[in-house]
Structure formats: C-alpha cells, structure tokens
Ligand binder design. Structure first.
Ligand code: TEU
Ligand code: CA
Length: 537
C-alpha cells in the first residue's frame, strides 16, 4: 500500500460537532472544543476524523442545511478555529474529512433567496422548479424522506420547488452547469485550507430526472411492512426518477479530478434501500469516481447474524468487485447500535473486533468507543424536526446526538459548563472517558486494541476476503494480501461453539482481544461472543 492509499482499510472517527465539546459555555459543541479533545481521538489509533457539517446554517437540520458553504457558522467558531483544528489534527497524525452537503442547500442560502424571487433572475434555475399540474397539485408523485410530497409551493414564482429532505432544504439543480461549477469551487476552497477529503452527503440525490417522471409504486411483495406508510410511504416507491440518475457519475468524475489534484479522498453516502450494494459498486469502481462508499448494510435495525455478515460480504464481492465500502454500525442518524441490537458488553466487543477484520474501511461514531446506549430524550427536549414530525411512531435522531461524556463528576459530563442543547444522558455518566481510562477492563481499551490490531496487519486493511465456515451464528474467513494471511473466526452468540482450523500451520494472535486458542482436540472452542485470530506461519 502506498501513502496515497491510506484510506483503504482506514478507520474514520465521526464527530458530530454540536455534541462533542463546548469550549465557550453556550451549550453547543464547537471547533475549538473539537481541537481540545482530539488527543482522545488520536489515542484510539484511528486514521482520520469526519466532522459533520459546521458551515453557516440556520440549523433546521442541524447543519445539513447550509446557507454559506465557505464559512463556519458563528455557533461553531471561525475559519481561524478551523485552521487550528486542521493543524492540531495533522500534528496528531489524523487526516481530516469534512462533510459536504451539495445535493441541497438551506432555503436561507442567498442563491435560493434569489432563485425563488422570480422566474427570470440570474439564478432562476439553480434549484428545481416546476409548474403545478392543471389541478394545482405538485408536478409528480415524488416524496420527501422526511415525509410528505417532495414539492413545496412558492407563491412568488407560482411554482413548486423540489426538496428530497426538509422543505427548508431545497434541492440544487445539477442540470445547470453553473451549479456544478460553483459547488466544485466550494470543494476547492476547503482543499486549499488543507482538508484531506470529504464525506459527501447523499451523492445519489444530486441529479433528478429532467422529465420529472412519476416513480412507480413498489410491487406489494417487495414492500417492507416495518417501514410502513404510517411513518412515511417513501420506501414503498421505486425511486427510478427522483434519485440515482446516470448523470450523477459525470459530476462525481469532475469531483474526483479535483480531488486528485490535491491527493484528497471521498466517502460518498449512497442511501438506497433497493439497490444499495449494486450502486456502491457502480459509484466506487475504477479510480475516477468516489474512493469509498458509505454502506448501510451494517446499520441494520436488527443485530446482524454471522450468516447475514457473510451474505453482505458475498453480495459486495459480486456487486462491487472493484468497489470499496466504508462500514458503520452507528452514526448521527440511527439509534446507537448497542441499544438498537440489544448488545451486552461482550457482544459489543466482539462486533468491533469483527468490523476491524472485515474488508473495507470503517466509520466509528463518537461515543461508540464508550459503548454508550441510545439516550432517552423526552418529547419536550426533542430537537430533531424529523422526530417532532413522526413522534411517537419514530422518535427522531436525538437519542444518538446527546453530548459526549468526558468526566463523570461534572453534571454535564465535562461537555459544557452551560446548559447543553440536548440533555446529557444520566445513563452515560458512568461510562465517561476518564472513568474508562482508569479501568483496564473497560471497553474503551478494547476499541484501542481492536483498532491497533487492524493497523498492525496489512492483510486486514487491504487483503482479500475468503469465507470458510458460515453458520447462523458462527463465521470464519481468511484475509490475505499475498504476503500476510490471517484466519479470523467469530462466535456471534451467547452460546459456546466449536469450529475447525483450516489446513496449514497457524500461530494464534490477538490475546488482547480475547482470541481463543486451539484446544487439545485440534478444534477451536469459542466461548460466547469470542473470536479466534491466527496468523499463517
Ligand atoms: O442522510 C441521508 C438520509 O437521510 C439517509 O441516511 C436515509 O436515512 C436513508 O437513506 C434511509 O432511507 C444525510 C445526513 O446523514 C442526515 O443527517 C441529513 O438529515 C440528510 O442527509 C439530509 O441532508
Ligand atoms: Ca460552544
């Protein structure tokens, strides 16, 4: 692997800036706070950080609605604070990825303010405008992920505009070349400031069907009853036209050219329930599109079985033989995986060890290394507009966005001397960083061991993946880069399991991860949630 290939097999730590560290007591995390806490991140042994948006924004979607792409929101600090963050991170050996939300802007962005004012201003077609149907209803049946029609009426123009997310997040019109140009310029602005790359929000939503054709309904047998229209009929449509158009690739190619000028990298978020891995393959194939694609398969509602993990690895090998995934268990959009999957401590340890042994890169979400459970957030404290809209069927995303806990003594967990924007969860205080630091048996240390284990084994970072034994709850596989070959086995259950070692001579490794050794009977006897790791000699 070369230095420019650092992203292959990298571990990326996601920071949600509102909730990481507040440096000035206003209850909201900020860039200086992040800089203060970066030594903790570096101590985990990760390669990079991904910082969720900190750009100027009215915060209707907490920064995923940008009103100035080239400035820091005053709530988070200044451009000078960002420069400090970059230099601090680089000094600590961390690469910095920032989160570009190019598919839509905030409705407060000056471009939209101008665009909405009339049908003949210079930015009139920078957003997606369409006439109503003769009866006044929206131009087609496209739906917003956050509920309702994807079209919003604008009385000034007497037209509808498209918003795939909140009505406050109008979609930019990628069919307009000037829009593409100006967005590439914003990326250049940050590259010139020294970022190492980008997490790109919702890249398959960039381009829409210019003919605005209706999406067909999903056939009844393909509809998932759990994502029932009681919450949002979005997933019961076949999204042929509102997203994932072939022209997305043209823009991504231009974007990649720019990245290559700087040796920078990209992680593209491709959210598609119906064609996820296939699109991942398409968007990361070759070396002229995104480097990696953020995969949703391990963000599943239910705990992945060993069989499911094997199937996902098999599916991706087929659908994306030249592609590169970035796996995640948790992020700022879903309930924390410990709670989502109902994991005990042993299970949580086993899953991170497993992730560090999978082919692909990995994103960890702040607080995951502490095994924080999902926080209970009362309706009165709710901040997420998505949650407010669908409560109580869907409680929104605040439960995974509560502040980090650094010290147990302070009532705000060391996050802020003021009143935090979301309450610090009481259940989190006894898992604070400083508490776990003092306890060698704490999961925080396990995360460090697992991340270091991957770092120290090139075969885990870039080697190929060959499944050996796949059962419902037991999985073994080989990772090999030609020079180094590792055997990895996992018991993803609370019951003991026995498994055979493959042919050859092996040396057991990974004692610090609780790796099981071969028994006198020549087999591996795995305890509950126990891995076994070995190196071919
Ligand atoms: O999320 C995109 C998004 O909503 C998908 O993850 C979606 O949940 C999935 O496709 C299920 O259908 C990104 C950000 O992560 C999120 O915080 C923002 O709210 C959203 O974009 C809008 O910018
Ligand atoms: Ca602050």
């Amino acid at each position: 692997a070369t230095a420019s290939d650092w992203w292959r097999g990298a571990v990326i730590y996601q920071i949600y800036p509102r909730s990481f560290q507040d440096s000035n007591g206003d209850g909201i995390g900020d860039l200086l706070g992040i800089s203060q806490r970066l030594p903790h991140v570096a101590s985990l042994g990760v390669d990079a950080i991904w910082i969720s948006p900190f750009f100027k924004s009215p915060m209707r979607d907490f920064g995923y609605d940008v009103s100035d792409y080239c400035d820091v929101d005053p709530m988070f600090g200044t451009l000078a604070d960002f420069d400090i963050l970059i230099s601090t991170a680089h000094r600590l050996g961390l690469k910095v990825l920032i989160d570009l939300v190019l598919s839509h802007s905030s409705m407060d962005h000056p471009w939209f303010v101008e665009s909405r004012a009339s049908r003949d201003n210079p930015r009139a077609n920078w957003y997606v405008w369409a006439d109503p149907k003769p009866d006044g209803t929206p131009p087609n049946n496209w739906l917003s992920i956050f509920g309702g029609s994807a079209w919003q009426w604008e009385p000034q123009r007497m037209q509808y505009y498209l918003h795939n997310f909140l009505t406050e997040q109008p979609d930019l019109n990628f069919h307009e070349p000037k829009v593409q140009e100006v967005l590439l310029d914003t990326a250049r602005f940050w590259l010139d400031r020294g970022v190492d790359g980008f997490r790109l929000d919702t890249i398959n939503f960039y381009v829409h069907d210019a003919q605005l054709r209706d999406n067909p309904p999903l056939p009844e047998e393909e509809r998932n009853p759990i994502t029932a229209p009681a919450v949002n009929p979005y997933t019961w449509q076949n999204h042929l036209y509102d997203k994932t158009q072939p022209e997305n690739l043209d823009f991504l190619r231009k974007f990649r050219k720019l990245l290559d000028e700087y040796g920078a990298v990209s992680v593209g978020e491709v959210g598609d329930d119906q064609r996820g891995l296939e699109i991942l393959g398409e968007y990361t194939a070759g070396d002229d599109l995104v480097h990696m694609s953020y995969a949703f398969e391990l963000l599943s509602d239910h705990m992945p079985t060993a069989k499911y993990v094997a199937k996902v690895m098999d599916d991706i090998a087929r659908a994306a033989p030249d592609g590169w995934a970035c796996w995640a268990f948790s992020n700022h959009d879903v309930p924390r995986h410990g709670s989502r999957w109902g994991l005990n401590d042993a299970a949580a340890r086993c899953f991170i060890t497993l992730m560090m042994c999978l082919r692909g890169s990995a994103c960890l979400y702040q607080g995951e290394e502490l095994a924080l459970p999902e926080a209970e957030v009362a309706f009165e404290d709710l901040q997420d507009p998505y949650g407010k809209r669908f409560w109580p069927a869907f409680k929104g995303r605040d439960g995974c966005r509560t502040p980090m806990v650094w010290e147990p003594s302070n009532q705000n967990g060391g996050f802020s001397s003021g009143m935090p924007w979301l309450p610090v969860s009481h259940d989190h205080l006894n898992r604070a960083v400083s508490t776990q630091e003092q306890d060698p048996a704490a999961i925080l240390h396990h995360y460090r061991h697992a991340i270091r284990f991957r770092r120290n084994h090139p075969a885990l970072r870039t080697g190929d993946f060959t499944p050996l034994e796949v059962r419902e709850t037991v999985l073994s596989f080989i990772r090999s880069d030609g020079e180094q070959t590792l055997f990895c086995a996992f018991n993803l259950s609370g019951d003991p399991a026995a498994i055979d070692m493959p042919e050859g001579t092996w040396r057991q490794i990974g004692a610090e991860l609780g790796s099981a050794g071969v028994s006198p009977d020549g087999r591996l006897h795995l305890g509950p949630w126990q891995p076994s790791l070995a190196l071919r000699t």
